[in-house]
Design a protein. Structure first.
Length: 503
């Protein structure tokens, strides 16, 4: 995660975008047998975590596998209900009228996977450690916490230094996860969470197997085992689905989709994500300091044609995706118009402009090729500089040494990057910063959303970047599988409710 923004780097995902936001693009027969509580669910994923230490290791693969399945916080979010905040280890919470005090009622009968009972001290210590230890992922989400206390065994109180309407959402992330106080588990290779599954085995480079935790406080998981089968190669993943080696295949290649559909054993489903394909403009480097140049670059790109080129893609048209507060459909704010782009470049004295696009080499060349052609049509020469991701982090993210750059930002509610002039976008607008601060300070959710929408319109009007697409990868779900989640599967994959029917 980078300033609450996870940057997706898998080349596999870019080819699995979706043109519409429907939840099923093809259908098969409904499960006919009874749910088998002893079944194993095998799910194909593409990105494997480097280790299991979710507190100290970055990367969306860890959150995808472990949050809600193995580890839990006081609250979590329901991706299939617009990321609504829902109870987890807390059964209820109350927010004071001034938005400063959050009082949580702890769930009773919760145990860690080693059998130890969850206590209020575990909760207080976990959150205090996450706040104080900057090496813990998303520690900054708790920076505004002034105090954490437990007045009794069933209550935890968090007091903020100033109101922040996004605070509860922050608790659904890594900083909000609860661990046993004084735990000596070797977290890089093992776990001790409170979730419906425990880690049974990890076959590094191949699969991660989760087993139902029979001591779970809630409804027991619908399957006895989950095998997360890491298959990065798309052809191999397709073969695994066709041969019946997996029950679900995430992030399938649309060009190979027909092979999976041809078995008659899968439905092809899709959902919304917050995975934004952003073409960043360096707002602090000439000539991109000139809004006419930025607008011209956006006008030069036919976003609908780009979606077709990527096989499946959904244009985004602004900085906030549909699952986030403040979303507004900004379609039409900038429409493909190469003639107007040439006029603006001429007005800005940038007739023979040359720019460099810095892009991590994990992304396929289709996108860069499309941009090179689009810009050439309006007289802009685009040089493509492919780098490894670590170099991108140093050159672009840290040193801001770039003209244009493309990466995918997958995290939810990351609009604050546009209100931070030190972020690598380099966008500095006082009105946006004030509106964003107001959106956090209010305790009224609708008012906060309205303020964000107003700020987003300014960012869009100022052509701070070009939002090329919103990703919604396709999943092949076996017809014998029920209750498989749909939205934001690239960052969260809650599997407790999934069932597999007997044949």
């Amino acid at each position: 995660m980078l300033r609450r923004t996870a940057l997706a780097t898998s080349a596999l995902l870019i080819g699995a975008l979706l043109l519409t936001s429907c939840t099923a693009s093809s259908s098969g027969p409904a499960p006919s047998g009874e749910a088998d509580p002893d079944a194993t669910l095998t799910v194909r994923l593409s990105l494997e975590p480097s280790n299991l230490d979710i507190r100290h290791t970055s990367g969306a693969a860890l959150e995808q596998a472990l949050i809600d399945n193995v580890y839990q916080g006081l609250v979590t979010r329901d991706g299939d209900q617009d990321n609504e905040i829902v109870p987890a280890l807390a059964t209820a919470w109350n927010v004071s009228p001034d938005g400063l005090t959050y009082t949580f009622t702890l769930r009773q009968g919760v145990t860690f996977h080693d059998g130890s009972a969850l206590t209020a001290d575990d909760v207080v210590t976990s959150l205090q450690t996450a706040k104080d230890d900057a090496t813990i992922q998303n520690s900054a989400d708790l920076a505004n916490v002034a105090s954490i206390s437990s007045p009794d065994a069933s209550t935890v109180v968090l007091t903020l230094a100033k109101p922040n309407i996004d605070f509860l959402f922050g608790l659904t992330g890594r900083a909000g996860l609860i661990f046993k106080n004084g735990d000596t588990t070797a977290f890089q290779t093992a776990e001790n969470g409170t979730g419906p599954f425990r880690v049974q085995t990890w076959n590094t480079g191949q699969s991660l197997t989760l087993a139902r935790y029979d001591g779970y406080w809630g409804d027991k998981a619908g399957v006895a085992q989950v095998v997360l089968d890491y298959i990065p190669d798309q052809s191999a993943a397709t073969n695994a689905a066709v041969s019946g080696d997996v029950d679900v295949a995430l992030e399938i290649d649309p060009e190979l989709q027909s092979q999976i559909e041809g078995t008659g054993n899968f439905t092809i489903e899709s959902g919304l994500t917050t995975d934004k394909g952003i073409l960043a403009f360096n707002n602090q480097r000439a000539p991109l300091t000139d809004q006419r140049v930025r607008e011209a670059l956006r006008l030069a790109v036919d976003h609908n044609a780009l979606a077709e080129t990527l096989i499946t893609a959904q244009p985004l048209n602004g900085p906030i995706p549909p699952l986030d507060p403040g979303y507004e459909d900004l379609t039409g704010s900038v429409s493909y118009n190469p003639d107007r782009a040439r006029e603006l470049l001429a007005e800005a004295g940038a007739d023979n402009l040359s720019l460099t696009l810095t892009i991590p080499n994990v992304y396929p060349g289709t996108l860069a090729t499309f941009l090179v052609s689009s810009y050439a049509d309006v007289g802009v020469k685009l040089q493509v500089k492919q780098v490894d991701f670590s170099t991108w982090l140093t050159d672009v993210y840290t040193n801001h040494d770039y003209d244009l750059s493309f990466v995918r930002h997958v995290e939810a509610r990351d609009f604050g990057n546009w209100a931070d002039p030190t972020y690598y976008f380099g966008f500095d607008n006082t009105e946006v910063q004030n509106l964003y601060a107001q959106s956090l300070a209010t305790t009224d959710a609708q008012q906060s959303s309205d303020l964000l929408a107003e700020a987003a319109r300014i960012v869009d009007d100022q052509d701070a970047a070009d939002w090329l697409f919103l990703s919604a990868p396709r999943a092949a779900v076996g017809t014998h599988v029920s209750n498989f989640p749909k939205n934001s599967l690239n960052v969260r994959l809650p599997l407790a409710d999934v069932t597999v029917s007997s044949e």
